[in-house]
Ligand binder design. Sequence first.
Ligand SMILES: Cc1cc2nc3c(=O)[nH]c(=O)nc-3n(C[C@H](O)[C@H](O)[C@H](O)COP(=O)(O)O)c2cc1C
Ligand SMILES: CCCCCCC(=O)C(=O)O
Length: 382
Amino acid sequence: MGKRVEDAFFKKVTAAKTDFPVGVEALYEAAQKKFEKNPFGYIYSGASGEETLRNNRRAFERWAIVPRFLTDVSEVDTSVTLFDKTYATPILFAPVGMQKLAHEEAELATSRAAAKFGIPFIQSTVSSYSIESIREATTDSPKWFQLYWSTVDEELPKSMVQRAERAGYEAIVLTIDTVRIGWRETDLRNQFSPLKGGLGKANYVEDPVFQRSLRDDSEEALIDALVQHVHHPTLGWEQIEKLQSWTDLPIVLKGILHPEDAKEAVARGIDGIVVSNHGGRQLDGVIASLDALPAVAEAVAGRIPVLFDSGVRSGVDVVKALALGADAVCVGRPYIYALGIDGERGVTTWVEHLLEEVTASIALAGANSVKQVRKLTLVENK
Ligand SMILES: Cc1cc2nc3c(=O)[nH]c(=O)nc-3n(C[C@H](O)[C@H](O)[C@H](O)COP(=O)(O)O)c2cc1C
Ligand SMILES: CCCCCCC(=O)C(=O)O
């Protein structure tokens, strides 16, 4: 008897019809119908003329996998090890703030869905639910905390890091590409700020250090204080050294695009990096994240994990990013669209599709593990 081949595709095409959209375009269209116009604009759009947003996708289309055949792919190991922990898949949920824009249950729903698959959930500083409430919703699942530095009062990031540590979070992801917010023309046209209505405040209002920066208890004072704390134009290596002294958790820098910044991060004892252009939402005209990846991975030369995000929409994209040097891949907007379409159930179904496509793509490329994917040949389309 040979090994039994688990082919999720045939199970799916013969199963009862799912009403969940299949594929990136259907997902986007369903989300557009379901969301209100302004929140949707905030989520999907990029900065300025959206050149980088478009190039993030074009970069994926430029690369082609050259598969190998006649290898045993009956079993595919999708696990990866990051900071001495093994995760079942090479996927992480990127930090996305203010998820109540998409659904009332927001991060409670997305973190629960991630937990079902052992996917690390990276919680944003500006999340709709606090560190403590998300910990309560998903006690045993892997969670990382994304940090926005505060230049106004450095006791605030220190306090948040300590809260994340106490709640059992496994890593701190410091975002370095948001010294200020990008020029987001869709929001300007819509006159839309997600901070209005109190979105993004949960971690702040529960923090005693933040409380002391409020001039009064009006909503205006709250929003002013949030904006002041989120921006961090003076963030530099000196502050990162402070962060290193506050915690023993692995520190990951999110937003690296230049190989020299990656080398500097390694030299300064940083534990990991995320190659990212923030999904094209910060400086428009910057290099597509996938185009930055090979040179950054070469500069790091396996000394620390290199994570990747910006533009990942499918299992094939995951394989391409891994083959071009990523150790693991974060996805952003798609899981938020799934959240808006059908809450926790929507995110769960979307992840099922993604993971099945990842496994099928790895096997069809002729690999049977993430380690082997990293040795695949990719060429640039003519
Ligand atoms: C609505 C929205 C909110 C985001 N909020 C944050 C955030 O709070 N912190 C952060 O580091 N990145 C944030 N990001 C950026 C994501 O972490 C990630 O870099 C980006 O979405 C990846 O690109 P993709 O959406 O093309 O997958 C946000 C992205 C979106 C779409
Ligand atoms: C002043 C609040 C800004 C939150 C920024 C969230 C984010 O990173 C994004 O891309 O949007």
